[in-house]
Design a protein around this ligand. Structure first.
Ligand code: SF4
Ligand code: SF4
Length: 98
């Protein structure tokens, strides 16, 4: 079997300059997507705090949804969400790709 050499020219995604991670839209990695159930949300903002991609959109102290350009579907927000009365406010579902 032939071994493939991986270097800068054929390894994707790659960020070659510092400070430009905004250009790397990690949303393309996603197979699961978060769904917000606002009725169970207390706006504790733990999801915003834990999201590794700053993809939880907050306006006026309230969770509005997710930035799907950068959400990679890791599910950490859903895992950490305490929800209300035992009912989580975020659940993950399989994303339908077009
Ligand atoms: S962690 Fe859950 S309850 Fe807290 S703000 Fe996020 S979605 Fe709402
Ligand atoms: S699934 Fe992961 S990347 Fe997407 S909003 Fe939740 S914590 Fe952030």
């Amino acid at each position: 079997m032939k071994t493939k050499i991986i270097d800068r020219s054929n390894c994707r995604p790659v960020i070659t300059q510092a400070g430009n991670s905004v250009a790397l839209k990690t949303g393309s990695w996603r197979s699961l997507e978060p769904v917000l159930l606002k009725e169970n949300c207390t706006n504790c903002l733990l999801c915003w705090l834990y999201c590794p991609d700053m993809s939880v959109i907050v306006r006026d102290g309230k969770v509005e949804g997710f930035d799907m350009d950068y959400c990679k579907g890791c599910g950490i927000c859903a895992l950490e969400c305490p929800g209300k009365k035992g009912q989580k406010a975020i659940r993950m579902r399989k994303e339908e790709k077009e």
